[in-house]
Design a protein around this ligand. Structure first.
Ligand code: IMP
Ligand code: MG
Length: 184
């Protein structure tokens, strides 16, 4: 059987570390929104953030609603720099909502700076962002996430939702892909 683990050079964030990180982010969200009566929407950006989203929503104690958008800015390991909305948010109650965009990783920052503006223009009461990983050295536009699981160096990483050409999303840890995999 093909074993995806053999394509991983090393583990960057283990399952145990991921669990601690998600617990920390959930506690920060409860700290910031726990006393508010406004509706809170966790907005996962498909597909990369589904695993983080699933874990995070279970650990937040205050009530949250969930929704999804799908955007595309990547092919292979390089960003195209242009954000396409592939699945939009069709709802008219955004003025009642505080939104937390849930992302797998912030890289150039283009996806999230675009989406934050977009959701504010659609009338959301507030828009913040929670990301599992942050690669600040890759930033092309200024963007700071409000909740950051872990800051990582400039490696191309996979697992825990993150893919390389749609593969490796199902790995339970975050790993550094062997360069020969993406150089082929
Ligand atoms: P940004 O617009 O450049 O910040 O792109 C963010 C998106 O690029 C993420 O949601 C990921 O889908 C993808 N991405 C960035 N870095 C990586 C990585 O190291 N592995 C897998 N996907 C990545
Ligand atoms: Mg991706």
């Amino acid at each position: 059987m093909y074993d995806m683990n053999n394509d991983i050079k090393s583990v960057l964030v283990s399952e145990e570390e991921i669990d601690k990180i998600v617990t920390k982010v959930a506690a920060e969200i409860d700290r910031d929104y726990g006393d508010s009566d406004r509706r809170l929407l966790l907005l996962a950006i498909l597909k990369g953030s589904v695993v983080f989203m699933g874990d995070l929503m279970k650990k937040i104690k205050r009530p949250v609603e969930i929704d999804f958008m799908r955007v595309s800015s990547y092919t292979g390991t390089e960003t195209r720099g242009k954000v396409d909305i592939l699945l939009d948010l069709h709802r008219n109650d955004l003025p009642d909502m505080d939104i937390i965009i849930v992302e797998d990783i912030v890289d150039s920052g283009k996806t999230l700076s675009y989406l934050t503006e977009y959701l504010k223009l659609k009338g959301a009461n507030s828009v913040k962002c929670a990301t599992m990983l942050d690669k600040p050295v890759r930033r092309k536009v200024k963007f700071d996430a409000d909740y950051v699981g872990m800051t990582v160096p400039d490696y191309f990483v996979v697992g825990y939702g993150l893919d390389f050409d749609e593969k490796y999303r199902t790995l339970p840890y975050i790993g550094i892909l062997k360069p020969e995999i993406y150089n082929n």
